[in-house]
Write a protein that binds this ligand. Sequence first.
Ligand code: AMP
Length: 396
Amino acid sequence: MKLKTFSPQDIAGKKVLVRVDFNVPLTGDGRVSDATRINAHVPLIEELSRAGARIALCSHLGRPKGQVNQKYTLRPAADELAKIIGRPVAFVPDCIGPDVPSAVSSLPAGGVAVLENLRFYAEEEKNDADFARKLTAPFDVFIMDAFSAAHRAHASTRAAADCLPSFAGPLLIREIEMLSAARDNPKHPFVLILGGAKVSDKISVIENLMAKVDTIIIGGGMAFTFQKARGYEIGHSLCESEKLDFAGEMEDRAKAKGVKILLPVDVKVASEVSADAAVKTVPADAIPSDLMGLDIGPETVRNFAGALQNAATVLWNGPMGVFENPLFAAGTRAIGETLAEITRSGAMTVVGGGDSAAAIVQFGLEKEVSHVSTGGGASLEFFEGRMLPGVEPYVL
Ligand code: AMP
């Protein structure tokens, strides 16, 4: 999938509005605790600055639900960006209205401003065309660079594209390039790894990719619904009873298509998720009734790693266990390390955003796979085969 991007004459000396994702975590005293999302947009900001553009960045932060709420101000993100780029960043305490054009006009060529939270207006989440017109009115050009918000049809992610000459930014382009290479043109063998808490979140991904994959590896909490459907004793482990039929059907469909489904053969269990939980490893079909499965066991790690050895393309979404707790992190870490190893031998490895991205960063492996997506919900919807509303206007 190719997207429309800008050429130097589209941005030189122009007033440019960029939709970024500055939805960053904040400390109790209102400082940015993780600037990953801000850093992701810096290459675009620097490129626009070098072209002498006057740049305004707009974003949401949290869920202020259409009300002005200083708990969700983007001022800390503006301060953090100033530190990162080493020059002043203006903060505009509104995203529409008279403050914006006056602030943008007083920027020097190459100067940067951050506008206040878009979600202080209810119209933003309603994809309101009038709000999009007000937002874009002071500008010459609009650039959509917020992949992680591209699954939402909001005024700043969708309607804004109809108001000005509009282009996809480099972060959005790289995401779509990497995710669509894996989703639409995978080299085989193509292995899909799914984990995390819920089957229901991943049903459409399984359905969409079933026709393309050679193997589906299922770990994490969602594996137990599949185990239960096979008739295993899963104790207190996570289970979505209303998805048992789906799990059974998927196993039948996979068999008919010659797709291998790999489930855990052993599981680390405990009675609770705590720092000093008593952990033991048991066979996956015999989890004691008072315990729950919280990570894949060592034999499962060997099986899963073995199935990944000759993979040419791997898509990974969802951790193999409760990786936030070191007692249950080994399975997720081992999958991350296996992906790093096969990437070195030439496989294309793509990690969906959200918790699997958090896990790969926790293990320091984010640079050792082909791509870690910045979008949790957006990457999941993309793997479901959907056209994302924030991407559609730029598809060539
Ligand atoms: P999801 O958002 O569906 O990808 O789920 C991610 C969450 O699933 C993480 O916070 C993990 O701690 C959790 N998780 C993974 N494996 C298990 C498990 N076996 N039991 C309970 N939670 C799990």
